[in-house]
Design a protein around this ligand. Structure first.
Ligand SMILES: Nc1ncnc2c1ncn2[C@@H]1O[C@H](COP(=O)(O)OP(=O)(O)OP(=O)(O)O)[C@@H](O)[C@H]1O
Ligand SMILES: [Mg+2]
Length: 236
């Protein structure tokens, strides 16, 4: 992204509503949310269980589509995209980190990080070089050939972060990425994410968490309640 794009909004939600229909019942998980997020922001989403955090993240990550409203990623309306356009956005613009890592058990750390680049047709040599570079940044030089079961929880999550960064996405989304870790390891993961946010200026990080200590490491906290934004707290 060019320097003059730094102050542009990378994510824009306009009157977004997501209703789940279950037979004759309806659950309105997200209610009329309007939100703008700039490139390079490092923010947290908090709120009680069922308040719509995962739904909001999945909408931003193009894993789900709104029932009403508009979502723009890098100025492009994803609500109007077809499947192949959405696949392109998910593969190249968005990196996901999950609570339970979602690594492939039979692949080692290096191969797990290579996988998204394989899907994007990056040649083997470049794949390897980039995967090693990312694992190195995440302090995993000595763990490249370990399979997930041979790694600690914190190490697994660092492999998952390297994987999320593989195709150089502009947006990194974490759905409770520290939820399965003890506080100390969770904070360590946040330090890595913060460092990445500071060294790769254009990358936007959105982290869902229940833990105020984790949320406090970000620059802005969005509080959800019953599918709406209750308040936004900014730290300068
Ligand atoms: N696939 C689905 N089908 C029907 N209802 C759903 C579905 N996914 C979520 N919901 C409902 O939407 C609401 C918001 O759910 P969501 O998973 O976004 O909450 P959350 O804030 O992430 O909660 P948690 O902190 O427990 O992960 C809840 O009432 C939930 O029951
Ligand atoms: Mg959730």
């Amino acid at each position: 992204m060019k320097a003059d794009n730094l102050n542009k909004y990378v994510i824009e939600l306009e009157n977004v509503t997501r209703i789940y229909k279950l037979g004759k019942y309806e659950v309105t998980a997200i209610k009329n949310i309007t939100l703008k997020i700039k490139a390079g922001e490092f923010l947290a989403i908090m709120g009680p269980s069922g308040s719509g955090k995962t739904t909001l993240l999945n909408l931003i990550g193009a894993l789900d589509t709104p029932t009403e409203g508009k979502i723009m990623i890098d100025g492009e309306d994803i609500s109007k995209m077809n499947d192949s356009q959405l696949t392109h956005i998910r593969r190249n613009k968005i990196g996901f980190i999950f609570q339970f890592y979602n690594l492939i058990p039979v692949l080692n750390a290096l191969e797990n990080v290579e996988l998204p680049m394989l899907a994007a047709n990056v040649p083997k040599k470049s794949r390897l070089r980039h995967a090693k570079y990312l694992l190195n940044i995440l302090g995993l030089d000595a763990r490249m050939h370990h399979r997930p079961e041979e790694l600690s929880g914190g190490e697994r999550q660092r492999v998952a972060i390297a994987r999320a960064l593989a195709n150089n996405p502009s947006i990194i989304l974490g759905d409770e990425p520290t939820g399965d870790l003890d506080t100390e390891t969770g904070l360590e993961i946040m330090h890595y994410l913060k460092k990445l946010n500071q060294t790769q200026k254009n990358k936007t990080f959105i982290i869902v968490t229940h833990d105020p200590l984790i949320a406090n490491m970000t620059n802005k906290i969005i509080y959800l309640k019953d599918g709406r934004i209750e308040k936004i707290e900014s730290k300068v």
